[in-house]
Design a protein. Structure first.
Length: 226
């Protein structure tokens, strides 16, 4: 199996390379500092494992989702610093099999590696704890190919999509654009209908996918007046 590592940090790339070389014999590892070089090296016909920090410079979650859509057999183990819960949820829905934090022990990272190459999902204890605190069962999340369709959103709806993705509540958006909560809620319902989604996460995914926001831009908050 080919193993790819994507990270903007030379220290992380060399560290993971050394750890994996001592853990698995006869392993071929290729390291990349940016998404473009990584994408050009992955071949569709080979089953490969990608270890990646999609939050690091030169990479992004939306680009990673594109990669998974193009190569659905690619196994992905995300190794990132702290990420908010909704970003992790979107990563898993976007095709990430396993997710650990860079603060994890070497043993936990290797356990994640071993589980992922066997086709299993693995989440470090910190992420599981984080998901439970927000009542999210991460083990039930499934990959869902997300492709942009030609969707006719009005300028106002596009404006509201961006605000939603950035974590604003209905009441906050209403105050900014000088509309009533009821009108914002009506816009939200129409947006979800046009996008074919049934929750705020789907709107966020659309915003990330279309480049309206990046995963690092928005902080997901409880939408108390959805």
């Amino acid at each position: 199996m080919n193993v790819f590592i994507g990270d903007s940090s030379e220290l992380i790339l060399n560290g993971l390379n050394t750890i994996l070389q001592s853990h698995v014999k006869d392993i071929k590892i290729s390291s990349f500092f940016n998404h473009k070089d990584l994408k050009n090296s992955i071949k569709e016909k080979s089953v490969s494992l990608l270890l990646i920090d999609y939050t690091s410079k030169g990479f992004s979650l939306d680009k990673l989702i594109d990669l998974k859509n193009k190569y659905p057999n690619l196994l992905i183990l995300a190794i990132t610093p702290y990420s908010n819960a909704q970003t992790i949820v979107q990563a898993v829905k976007g095709g990430v099999e396993s997710h650990v934090k860079k603060e994890c022990s070497i043993k936990e990272i290797l356990d994640a590696f071993d589980a992922t190459i066997r086709g299993k999902k693995f989440f470090c204890a910190d992420i599981i704890k984080q998901m439970r605190s927000e009542s999210i069962n991460i083990k039930k999340l499934k990959f869902k190919s997300f492709k942009i369709k030609s969707i006719d959103l009005s300028d106002r709806e596009l404006q509201i999509v961006k605000f939603i993705a950035e974590g604003y509540t209905n009441s906050q958006i209403a105050a900014i654009v000088y509309l009533s909560n009821h009108t914002i809620n009506t816009h939200r319902k129409n947006i979800m209908k046009k996008l074919g989604v049934n929750n705020t996460a789907g709107i966020v995914m659309y915003a990330v996918k279309t480049g309206m926001v990046s995963p690092s831009q928005f902080s997901f908050t409880n939408q108390d007046d959805e």
